[in-house]
Design a protein around this ligand. Structure first.
Ligand code: FES
Ligand code: FES
Length: 158
């Protein structure tokens, strides 16, 4: 079996797995990193949203063999470390507004939110309604209004 090596949440990891296995299964089943959730497996629901070199992506739709040793994957488990805190400001904003209902979609929602805010900062601007509309993560519990409020609040603390 080929070895696949990449950086995960700040540490280099190597796994023995075929290169065409999707990264989500490597994270969850081989590495025990369960924050990214399995919803659809076909890049639609966004429950698995994590960061690939700082940008939001969906590991259910990426072959592990397409990740190189120079690539950095961050999941919800590694998000606080990106700011050197116990919780990322976006997670705190989530807690302050009691956003979560069943919780299944929420790690992906938070990862999408942080990637969106970071992208707008790189562009030298604040988050707009259009940016919030562009986040396509599905929440079956319908917590969208609280999610939007939390992103705006979390962005102020980032
Ligand atoms: S499980 Fe990855 S997008 Fe649905
Ligand atoms: S909180 Fe239940 S799916 Fe979003």
């Amino acid at each position: 079996m080929p070895k696949q090596t990449f950086k995960l949440n700040g540490k280099m990891v190597t796994v023995d797995v075929s290169s065409d296995v999707r990264l989500l299964w490597v994270l969850r089943d081989l590495l025990g990193v369960n924050g990214p959730k399995y919803g659809c497996g076909i890049n639609v629901c966004k429950a698995c949203t994590s960061h690939y070199n700082g940008k939001a992506f969906n590991p259910c739709s990426v072959r592990v063999g397409d990740i190189t040793a120079d690539d950095e994957i961050t999941t919800i488990e590694g998000l606080p470390d990106t700011v050197g805190r116990e919780l990322h400001p976006m997670q705190e904003a989530w807690l302050e507004r009691d956003v979560v209902q069943c919780g299944y979609c929420q790690p992906g929602q938070i990862m999408a939110a942080v990637a969106t805010v970071n992208q707008t900062r790189r562009e030298g601007r604040e988050v707009t309604d259009a940016d919030l509309d562009a986040i396509r993560n599905i929440c079956r519990c319908g917590t969208y209004n609280r999610i939007r409020e939390a992103i705006v609040g979390g962005a102020r603390q980032m």
